[in-house]
Design a protein around this ligand. Structure first.
Ligand code: C5J
Length: 220
């Protein structure tokens, strides 16, 4: 085990059983004209973390540790998008409707692709998920178990929605979870802070958080 400086106390990283999960760094959330934009959000906040996420991915590639990229994306017939999700609220465009980058949050459309600066490479897992959490209807837990993974490092967007949901799901399944706090972002600064506080409170009730520099320093 290697101790990483973290909140609320050092994170015990197991180099032989750790994978990185990069949540939903896709054009639909990060670029103008996508799903995030259709909900009235300022997507520039999310684009700002791309260099740090790229640094984190580079760190994992250098170590030779597994990387999983998720995308929130539905089947073209929307059979995996419940009406309760699709019909909620008053967005300018709904899931499945044609936007500037194709149909919003639909697998295979340009908007569902991961931003070019973070594009997955051969050997990395790319997982389309219909929900907020990465374990719902994906078979990911079985895949991680088959790989012997016990520790998960998290990055991506948005901190309080898909990242936090996935961390909570992972925590319930017994994974030791670390959030890289400068490699995650929310459309709302106060929600990012609150999510990290909730995750790390009560003795790391969901998991730990740390900046990328602490992870790099431990392996320098
Ligand atoms: C949202 C996500 N915010 N990836 N999805 O709807 O956090």
């Amino acid at each position: 085990m290697i101790d990483i400086k973290a909140r609320p106390f050092p994170y015990p990283l197991d180099p032989d059983h750790t994978a990185l999960v990069v949540i939903d760094m896709q054009r639909d959330f990060i670029e103008p004209g996508g799903f995030g934009d259709s909900l009235g959000n300022d997507v520039a906040r999310l684009a700002a973390i791309i260099p740090t996420v790229a640094g984190l991915i580079g760190f994992f590639r250098k170590q030779g540790w597994p990387i999983i990229h998720t995308r929130e994306a539905h089947k073209p017939d929307l059979s995996d998008c419940p009406p309760a999700k699709r019909n909620r609220g008053t967005p300018s465009l709904r899931i499945g409707e044609e936007g500037a980058m194709g149909r919003l949050l639909v697998t295979g459309e340009p908007g569902s692709q991961i931003v070019p600066a973070l594009a997955p490479i051969d050997g990395e897992i790319v997982l389309d998920k219909p929900g907020k959490g990465m374990f719902y209807a994906t078979g990911l837990h079985e895949k991680l178990q088959g790989m012997g993974i016990t520790h998960l490092v998290f990055a991506g967007v948005t901190t309080e929605v898909c990242v936090q949901t996935s961390m909570r799901e992972a925590n319930d399944r017994g994974y030791e979870c670390l959030l890289v706090e400068d490699a995650t972002e929310s459309y709302f600064a106060e929600f990012k802070k609150a999510a990290i506080d909730m995750i790390t409170a009560q003795g790391a009730i969901v998991g730990w958080s740390t900046p990328l520099a602490n992870l790099e320093e431990a392996f320098a």
